[in-house]
Design a protein around this ligand. Structure first.
Ligand code: LLP
Length: 447
């Protein structure tokens, strides 16, 4: 297993993160628990900032908040000089409540509602990334009503096939997102937008998620720069911003080999500038929108092991007190994770086990055939690299409560998200009047 960030083993043979003993964290905060390594998170933000903005100037890094968002995370992103990508009224509301500078917010989504768009325009978000013709009309009428000129990007589907899981591919032609480039729809959208009550600042594409092949990005840059050239030729419009989306892959388990952020930045920026010069275009401001690669490796989930069931010659199931409710990724995308027993951090991982959750569902698995030391009830299991798309895709299936999250740094742990309580689970339940008085239960006599 690969130790990331500030993880290390202390004298008690316990795993430590951010100088905090994970056994003590479990006692203090309970399990399951999302643990975020603040130093690692900030370091990655700085790597992104320095590689794009520091080195090239005319660039911006937007954190894709769908990966994990709380008000405290907004504040960290603000301090690190990043912008934010939001895709819903709820994400936007969180960002507003955190008093994040709205000019650094980009609003995405393939079916934004009238109310969401209104909320965005009234709060002066930096850019709206327009996805389709319906939305263009909505924005146009809202802009006239509110007497503003929204600054927009148009989302383009470049037709790039990224090698990743089917469900998280987005750049291919058969996609629900964006204006298709190859059939002329994208150019039609640019021409239509020019006539609307908006200012077209740029174009956007996102080819997918958990991508390792940098060539896919180069391919996307080539297609988009060619499009910028066509736009200039056909409409005279000089596109100022090129947003290349997110998708940079991370290490989850053996075989995952991400390049460095700096390599990614140099390749992409180099190619954009090369193409701009070749086409005699303005060098556009380049934006990237990493989500997973910023927050994923900084987060881990801590569980308590309960039942250990061995079926001789078949499989050993190690069950934890969470599962698909706090991390749906193994069930949904066959995502692979590694794990460690946090209170036996020094022991050899010789036992082959499958880690399961506590939901009434056989597919509720966190890992198949992975290696652990001998697991017993009461041990603590830590699963690294769960910082992205864990909590944000969490559910209350089986009325399980969602875990809380903490930030750890220099031996201090701070809560950034309270764990849900049973009371939270019934908070929105409504008992209709006619059911509110308890009636004697009518039992059907049997036989
Ligand atoms: N920008 C746009 C327009 C996106 O749609 C996404 C992700 C990102 C940026 C950030 O991508 P990232 O850097 O995090 O890969 N739930 C899936 C991932 C879905 C990603 C959706 N869009 C998962 O757990 O793998």
């Amino acid at each position: 297993m690969k130790f990331q960030g500030t993880m290390n083993i202390n004298a008690k043979e316990h795993l430590e993160i951010g100088g905090c003993d994970t056994v003590e964290l479990a006692q203090q905060f309970g399990t399951p628990l999302y643990i975020y390594d603040e130093a690692k998170l900030r370091k990655t933000c700085q790597e992104y900032y320095n590689s794009f903005v520091g080195k090239y100037g005319n660039a911006m890094v937007l954190y894709a908040s769908k990966a994990f968002l709380t008000t405290a995370i907004c504040r960290i992103m603000e301090q690190e000089g990043l912008g934010l990508d939001v895709v819903s009224g709820g994400e936007l509301y969180t960002v507003l409540r955190a008093e994040f500078p709205t000019e650094r917010v980009y609003f995405h989504g393939n079916n934004k509602t009238y109310e969401e768009l209104r909320m965005a325009l009234q709060n002066d978000v930096g850019r709206i990334v327009v996805d389709n013709f319906y939305e263009l009309e909505l924005i146009d009428s809202l802009a006239r009503e509110l007497q503003c000129i929204p600054e927009i990007l148009l989302r383009i589907t470049p037709g790039v096939e990224a090698h990743t899981h089917e469900y998280i591919k987005t750049g291919q032609i058969d996609s629900k997102f964006g204006f298709t480039l190859s059939n002329g729809q994208a150019m039609e959208a640019i021409k239509a937008a020019k006539e609307k009550h908006v200012a077209v600042r740029g174009v956007h594409c996102h080819i997918g998620s958990q991508i390792f092949e940098l060539d896919s990005y180069v391919h996307a840059v080539d297609i988009m720069m060619n499009f910028l050239f066509d736009i200039k030729r056909q409409t005279g419009l000089a596109i100022e911003e090129l947003n290349l989306g997110g998708g940079f892959g991370i290490y989850y388990s053996e075989g995952d080999e991400p390049a460095s952020v700096e390599e990614y930045a140099d390749l992409v920026m180099g190619r954009v500038y090369e193409k701009a010069d070749e086409y005699h275009l303005l060098r556009p401001r380049v934006l990237v929108e990493p989500g997973r690669s910023i927050i994923g490796p900084a987060g881990s989930t801590l569980y308590t092991i309960g039942s250990v069931k061995e079926i001789p010659n078949v499989r050993k199931y190690v069950a934890v007190d969470g599962g698909m409710t706090d991390n749906i990724r193994p069930a949904l995308y066959q995502a692979k994770y590694e794990a460690i027993i946090a209170n036996k951090a020094n022991q050899d991982r010789n036992d082959t086990v499958s880690i399961t959750g506590k939901c009434c569902e056989s597919g509720d698995m966190l890992a198949w055939d992975t290696k652990l030391p001998e697991a017993e009830a009461g041990d603590l299991l830590l699963m690294p690299a769960t910082g992205a798309y864990g909590y944000t895709m969490a559910s209350n299936y089986n009325r399980l409560t969602k875990p809380g999250a903490i930030l750890v740094k220099d031996g201090e742990a701070q809560l950034i998200l309270k764990p849900e309580t049973y009371e939270d689970l019934i908070r929105n339940d409504v008992m209709p009047d006619e059911l509110s008085k308890k009636q004697p239960v009518r039992l059907k006599s049997i036989g």
